[in-house]
Design a protein around this ligand. Structure first.
Ligand SMILES: C[S@@+](CC[C@H](N)C(=O)[O-])C[C@H]1O[C@@H](n2cnc3c(N)ncnc32)[C@H](O)[C@@H]1O
Length: 285
């Protein structure tokens, strides 16, 4: 979160409103950066696999949990057509403002996966990509996803493989740890904490899905440059995780990243490396 001076904390009702507007504006800026930088480099490539995994068809009702700026929901909307329905849920108001700008016909809603604001059995398919690791109560969130599915409804959840199988990120985490400290490094480690397939299977079993299929798929991160990737993380991702760095720290990290990540630069000057993910698929009994 942004640093807020003491006088601004001593607020009148009007001042309180101004503060929340300020916070929302910061969140929208971070979400736009996420949409412009991270989505094409990392997330867009997974929507086909996730939607194929639950065979989304015309007319289906589909829920995207932890929709972020809505890349998966947008592609689901193309598949279900006018007779179908797509809903996207995320706790981040900035994410939802950007999602709405890109796809006004999707039913965006603010909320948490652990307490889905939808009736029982209201969706044919529930999908969620790269959100499960951030849920405070993952088992409860999966139970909620099953609750809102019709019997026989399909569930697909994508999570990143472990950080050891995701080159470049261990290097960037080490750089953040050295220059910006533990909180910043942990914010970048967080996406990779569900890499263990055995633990994943146990998690889904505990939520009532004993026989999920877990497939590990190759992905590829493609950023236009080292600067683009590191800026995406520092300006787009860390603020989403509640970590805002000072501009001089950002410049310091960007300068050192040139050598720390140099080995991942291709002959064309792009930054590329493997980014594998697990896709977990189940059917509601
Ligand atoms: C890495 S982003 C993925 C967004 C999107 N699915 C995509 O593919 O671009 C993770 C998202 O999880 C959301 N999130 C965090 N905690 C959540 C919770 N308890 N319930 C639902 N979403 C949550 C965040 O707000 C963020 O938008």
């Amino acid at each position: 979160m942004s640093w807020v001076p003491v006088w601004l904390v001593c607020l009148t009702a009007i001042g309180r409103q101004k503060l929340s507007e300020l916070d929302l504006e910061n969140q929208i800026v971070a979400a736009e950066a996420y949409e412009q930088l991270h989505v094409p480099a990392l997330f867009q490539q997974w929507t086909k696999q996730v939607l194929d995994a639950v065979t989304v068809r015309p007319g289906d009702r589909v829920l995207d949990v932890a929709c972020g700026t809505g890349v998966l929901a947008r592609d689901a909307a193309k598949r279900v057509g006018e007779k179908g329905l797509v809903a996207g849920l995320d706790p981040g108001p900035g994410m939802l403002v950007v999602a709405e700008r890109h796809a006004p016909t999707v039913e965006w809603r603010q909320g948490a996966a652990e307490s889905l604001p939808y009736a029982d059995q209201s969706f044919d398919a529930v999908v969620s990509q790269f959100g499960l690791m951030f849920f405070a109560d993952r088992r409860q969130a999966l139970c909620e996803m099953l609750r809102v599915l019709v019997p026989g409804g399909r569930l697909a959840v994508a999570v990143w493989d472990s950080i050891e199988n995701s080159p470049a990120y261990p290097d960037e985490v080490a750089l953040l740890q050295r220059i910006a400290g533990q909180r910043a490094a942990d914010a970048l480690r967080a996406p990779f904490i569900l890499g263990d397939r055995t633990a994943l299977a146990a998690l889904f079993e505990s939520a009532g899905l004993p026989s999920v299929a877990i497939t590990t798929l190759k992905g590829r991160a493609r950023f236009p440059s080292i600067k683009a990737m590191v800026e995406a993380d520092l300006r787009g991702w860390l603020p989403v995780m509640g970590v805002e760095l000072a501009e001089d720290q950002i410049q310091h990290i960007l300068a050192e990243a040139q050598s720390a990540l140099g080995r991942y630069v291709t002959a064309k000057g792009q930054l590329e490396f493997d980014a594998p993910a697990h896709v977990i698929v189940g059917t509601k009994p």
